[in-house]
Design a protein around this ligand. Structure first.
Ligand SMILES: NC(=O)c1ccc[n+]([C@@H]2O[C@H](COP(=O)([O-])OP(=O)(O)OC[C@H]3O[C@@H](n4cnc5c(N)ncnc54)[C@H](OP(=O)(O)O)[C@@H]3O)[C@@H](O)[C@H]2O)c1
Length: 287
């Protein structure tokens, strides 16, 4: 499959196209930025710290997306940069089972991994800065049939010490699946794709607040899993780049895995009232 996508991308010419990669300072996002740049795209990467070797043709925009002010400020900064032809969102990282509260009183990982994607996509669309598709690389297609919408930041679970990696991952899937469905209905001119990357060999633990002993376990077994099942970021990056640039023409599904197979959004999001409530509650954070 990766060979097919690579071949499909071989004629890609992104000259004159502005490509923004939020979370483009390392891992999957950085690999996407490299691929866009190789195709001639005008690349802007966003994160908290620029890599030491950013090519001179790229731009770096600083943002801390755990903060409401960081996400709203980024919408303004990117709007000022000019129209965005392709928006990629890979900000986030590995699950954490302990909350990290921000100075604004929110759970920081949730704000980066989940909520900031609402704020940026809609903010840039409303500001008319977004002119093309958005590709979110994260965690679609969970299994939850129900969802406690009154505990979207998992405060109750964290308090009881019951926020397992699975519970956090399922919450991420529910909330992002709800967002992608709602956004695609409400903003049909701005398609949003949500991609499951499978295992991609990045340094995502470096960004994670995962505590012990899970961190030790991950450090021990992650390399084995990557060796057996993982893909390299530059290989995987072909897929989201193809999706953004050619997926619309090819009728690609909006929720999709790394093998280009459609995925079903998490069952809890089949309920329109649930999706509406999630949409309203997350956007309230950005008021
Ligand atoms: N790698 C995998 O196998 C895998 C599997 C499933 C899902 N995913 C998901 O795919 C996405 C990308 O994964 P990855 O492995 O590439 O992760 P990664 O290597 O940890 O990269 C995460 C990116 O997010 C940015 N970021 C983190 N916190 C931020 C903050 N507070 N404000 C702004 N930017 C922030 C980081 O930039 P700075 O540090 O410069 O801020 C970095 O560029 C993540 O959402 C991850 O959960 C990955």
């Amino acid at each position: 499959m990766s060979g097919t996508i690579k071949a499909a991308n071989s004629d890609l010419d992104l000259s004159g196209k502005r490509c923004v990669v939020v979370g483009g300072t390392q891992g999957i996002g950085l690999a996407i930025a490299r691929r866009l740049s190789a195709a001639g795209g005008n690349v802007v990467i966003v994160g908290r710290k620029a890599p030491s070797d950013v090519p001179p043709t790229w731009s770096f925009v600083h943002a801390d997306l755990s903060l409401v002010t960081g996400a709203l400020g980024l919408v303004n900064d990117l709007t000022a940069v000019g129209p965005i032809d392709y928006l990629f969102q890979t900000q986030g990282g590995f699950m954490a089972t302990e909350p990290v509260m921000t100075t604004e009183g929110h759970e920081g990982r949730f704000m980066v991994q989940v909520a900031s994607k609402f704020a940026l996509t809609r903010g840039l669309a409303d500001a008319r800065a977004l002119h093309g598709p958005t590709v979110i690389v994260c965690a679609p297609g969970g299994h939850s049939k129900t969802f406690d919408v009154d505990d979207i930041q998992l405060e109750k679970l964290f308090d009881k010490g019951k926020a397992s990696i699975v519970a956090v991952a399922e919450r991420d899937s529910v909330v992002l699946d709800a967002f992608v469905q709602e956004f695609n209905t409400r903003y049909p001119k701005h398609p949003v794709y949500h991609v499951w990357p499978g295992l991609v060999d990045t340094n995502c633990l470096s960004n994670s607040t995962l505590g012990q002993p899970l961190r030790f376990f991950m450090q021990l077994f992650n390399p084995i899993g990557m060796f057996l099942m993982g893909s390299k970021p530059d290989v995987f990056a072909e897929m989201p780049v193809w999706l953004a640039t050619k997926g619309g023409e090819a009728g690609a599904p909006k929720v999709i895995n790394n093998k280009l197979k459609p995925m079903k959004p998490t069952p809890a999001t089949n309920d329109p009232a649930m999706r509406q409530r999630i949409w309203d509650d997350v956007f309230k954070l950005y008021k």
